[in-house]
Each structure stands twice: as structure tokens, then as C-alpha cells.
Design a binder for this molecule. Structure first.
Ligand code: HEM
Length: 415
């Protein structure tokens, strides 16, 4: 098929797991191309990288999502038959529900709740010798997001629910025990949330109109019928779980503040734009989502290569965010690059590309950015802390990844 490079191995699955985030990037650089063909999990797969590839990938005439994700991802990270697997008008209809829950007023509300939780956490830390920011962030985010979504949380279940939400995320690049932990966490969480949806429907649990739990419980499909309680629960988890995952970006933000102290000064005296730029650079620079998958809807040709119907295609998220055609010195952490960024829909793609309301791009970017900004404000302007010797490196062969030590802080004091 055309002049496109083929990776000459029988199956590259193990190599992909071993190499992790840079798997696609390494090969597009080696072959000097933006797409190549390989075999993964026993099937032919096309991997592609860069802005032009992202534009193709988000063309809904050419690609579909149903059937693109392996069962193991659906049974741990996403849930089965949820928004991530939908296509066409049914997808847009479901997607608008998500988008309506993530508007600027919602973003502001979540950020306020997160700051409240950080302040309470700081009280608790007063008697503690050291705290691990990554672990604290998970709990702060679980408390804030459940409160925002209208999910009741008893004090004695906070730790367990926090771990369950996190384990679903942690399972996405794992095989073996970490994967199974994620599956178990999903089963347990789905049962819990399904019961809450039923309670809202039966009037046993009060829910405010406009809250995520209310809107999921009473959402009507395109044909006017309700979602079954389990499916409504799965979609409610799709709102809360990714919010807890922002803990990864918060840990990376703290590491960046420590590694590049000049920006800390900037943020202390600077304007909102400095916060915005710092957060954008954290989302670009640090690894989180490695690649996305879709299936060819109908045969087409691009770059002299024939994409056959049903073929699996992976878009390189990590590599596009580090593509030297798009970013000067892509491997340097430089928030100031965003002063001149034109705001493209297919270049900065840590949470997908295109328009959220018209395709699969993450609807939660606004919330993510506001939560990251408020957490950064907390770290820079609300507390002081010492950073003891620790290992802040992260492995690119572990997906997801975060600073090894979780960012340990000592002697935390309010400002
Ligand atoms: C979809 C990343 C936070 C809700 C996605 C996608 C990515 C992503 C890469 C898939 C895009 C695609 O398939 O084309 C992230 C990252 C986050 C984050 C890295 C930061 C930790 C959030 C938050 C929410 C959220 C805070 C909700 C409050 C969703 C939903 C989808 C999605 C519902 C499915 C959209 C669809 O399939 O149409 N996210 N996300 N995400 N995200 Fe996020």
C-alpha cells in the first residue's frame, strides 16, 4: 500500500507497551513521515502524528469511534456503550448534555469548590510533618467534584471512592494487576452510582436541577426515551472520574514550579495571562493521554495511502504536542510560547482536537484549565512550603505517569 513505511515486526504490541508515550513519535521521526503502518494486538494499524493528521482524524465522514476501543479500556477507563463509543447524530445529542454541564459558570463553580477544599486540606496539614501533593490532590478533587455533581459522599467513604475513581484512570495503559484493579473499581463505582441515579428518580435523593446527577438521571435520548439507570450512572462517572484525573496535571504543575522557579516569581506578581500560559504549557509538555483510536468509516486515500474500511488508526497525542513543526524547542518548558499561540484546534491537543460540541474532543477542557489555575494559585499565593530531596522524574514507559515521589512538601504554612 503506497510508499508508507511499515514497521517490520510481526506484532508491535509489546514494543508499544515497553516504549510507552514516544512509540509513535520515535517512528515518525525515524521514517521522516507523518504516518506508518504496523501491527498491534494482531491487527494492521496505521499510526499518524501532527496537525494535518489530527485534522483528518477528526473528520467524521472518514472516521468512526464505535468498535475502535479495546474491551479492556471500556471495562476499566470509560464504561461500555458510553459517549466515547458513539457516532453520528446520537453522539452529538449525548455530547450536548456533557457540554451543557461544563459551561463557564460550571467551570467557575468547580474551581471555587476546589479552592475551598485546598484551604481545608491546608488546615489539616498543619499538624503533619510532610504531605504528598499528588495524594492530597486526588482527595481534594473527589470531594469538590462530588459536591459539584450532586453526589453525596460520607466522610468515611472518601478515601475508598477516591481510590476507585483514580484506579479507573490508572488502568488505561496497564495489563495485569493494575488493569484488574481498574475493572473492579469500575464495577463497584457503577453499582454505587446506579443506585444514586435510581434514588434521584424515585425522589429519595434530592438533586438540584442543572446539577450533573439530575441532568444525567433525567436525560432523554434522541428518541425521547430515558437512559437506563446503569447507563446514566456510567455517563455520570464520565463527568467525575476525569476531574479526579486532573491530579496528574496538578502534580506536574508543582514539579514545574520547583524546576523552573523563575515562573513562580512571575505568577506571584503576574496577571491572569501568566496563569493561563503556565497551565497550557503543563498540558502540552507533560505526558498524559498518549494516543487516541478510531476506525475508518469508508475507504479514502491520504498521503498516497489507502485507508481501508474498518482499519484501526491511532492519532499521536503526545507526539503532536511535542512536534517541532508546531512548537519551537518542543522539549523545553516555556510557558511564554503561549503569548503568541494562535489558538489552533489541531495543534495543542492534550485533550483531543477539533470542536468539543461537534466531535469527540474533551468537553472538560474549560474545567480542567480552571481547576489547574486555582490549584496553581493555591500553591503560589496561598501557602509556602519546603521541598525536600526527592525523585521528581517520571517514566515515559508507564501510562499514565506522574512525578515518582508524588511531590512531597514539608513544613507547609499559610501565607
Ligand atoms: C474526552 C483528555 C479532563 C470529560 C477526552 C478525550 C481526551 C481527554 C484525550 C478524548 C478525545 C477524543 O476521543 O477525541 C482529558 C484530560 C483531562 C480531561 C487529559 C485532564 C485530566 C476532563 C474533565 C471532564 C472530562 C475534567 C469532565 C468534567 C470528558 C468526556 C469525554 C472526554 C465526557 C468524552 C467526549 C466524547 O467522546 O465525545 N478527554 N480530559 N475530561 N473527556 Fe476529558
Amino acid at each position: 500500500n503506497g510508499q508508507v513505511p511499515h514497521d517490520k515486526t510481526l506484532d508491535n504490541t509489546l514494543t508499544l507497551i515497553k516504549e510507552g508515550y514516544p512509540f509513535i513519535k520515535k517512528r515518525v521521526e525515524r521514517y521522516q513521515t507523518d504516518l506508518f503502518e504496523t501491527r498491534l494486538l494482531g491487527q494492521k494499524v496505521v499510526c499518524m502524528s501532527g496537525e494535518e493528521a489530527a485534522k483528518k482524524f477528526y473528520d467524521r465522514e472518514l472516521f468512526k469511534r464505535n468498535g475502535a476501543l479495546p474491551k479492556r479500556i471500556l471495562k476499566s477507563l470509560f464504561g461500555e456503550n458510553a459517549v466515547q463509543t458513539m457516532d453520528g447524530d446520537a453522539h452529538i445529542h449525548r455530547k450536548l448534555l456533557f457540554v451543557s454541564l461544563m459551561t463557564p459558570p460550571h467551570q467557575k463553580r468547580v474551581a471555587e469548590l476546589v479552592m475551598d477544599e485546598w484551604q481545608s486540606a491546608a488546615e489539616k496539614w498543619k499538624g503533619m510533618e510532610e504531605v504528598v501533593l499528588f495524594e492530597e490532590a486526588k482527595e481534594v478533587l473527589t470531594r469538590a467534584s462530588c459536591k459539584w455533581a450532586g453526589i453525596p459522599l460520607e466522610e468515611d467513604e472518601v478515601k475508598e471512592r477516591t481510590e476507585d475513581f483514580f484506579e479507573m484512570v490508572n488502568a488505561f495503559g496497564a495489563f495485569g494487576p493494575t488493569h484488574w484493579k481498574g475493572r473492579m473499581a469500575r464495577n463497584k463505582t457503577e453499582e454505587w452510582i446506579k443506585r444514586l441515579i435510581e434514588d434521584v428518580r424515585d425522589g429519595k435523593l434530592d438533586a438540584e436541577k442543572g446539577s450533573a446527577i439530575y441532568e444525567m438521571a433525567f436525560h432523554k435520548k434522541e428518541d425521547g426515551s430515558m437512559l437506563d439507570a446503569h447507563m446514566a450512572g456510567v455517563e455520570l462517572i464520565n463527568v467525575v472520574r476525569p476531574l479526579i484525573a486532573v491530579c496528574i496535571f496538578i502534580a506536574f504543575s508543582a514539579a514545574a514550579l520547583y524546576n523552573y522557579p523563575e515562573y513562580k516569581e512571575n505568577l506571584r506578581s503576574g496577571t491572569e495571562t501568566y496563569f493561563e500560559n503556565f497551565v497550557q504549557e503543563v498540558r502540552r509538555y507533560y505526558p498524559f493521554v498518549p494516543y487516541l483510536g478510531a476506525k475508518v468509516k469508508k475507504e479514502f486515500t491520504w498521503r498516497d495511502y489507502t485507508f481501508e474500511e474498518e482499519m484501526l488508526v491511532l492519532l499521536d497525542i503526545y507526539g503532536t504536542n511535542h512536534d517541532s513543526a508546531l512548537w519551537d524547542e518542543p522539549n523545553d518548558f516555556k510557558p511564554e510560547r503561549f503569548f503568541t499561540w494562535a489558538g489552533g484546534l489541531f495543534d495543542l491537543i492534550p485533550q483531543g482536537g477539533g470542536e468539543a460540541s461537534k466531535g469527540h474532543r474533551c468537553p472538560g477542557e474549560g474545567i480542567t484549565i480552571e481547576v489547574m489555575k486555582t490549584s496553581l494559585d493555591f500553591l503560589v499565593n496561598k501557602i509556602d512550603y519546603d521541598v525536600p530531596e526527592q525523585d521528581l522524574s517520571y517514566n515515559l514507559d508507564k501510562m499514565p505517569t506522574w512525578p515518582e515521589s508524588g511531590f512531597v512538601m514539608k513544613n507547609v504554612r499559610e501565607k
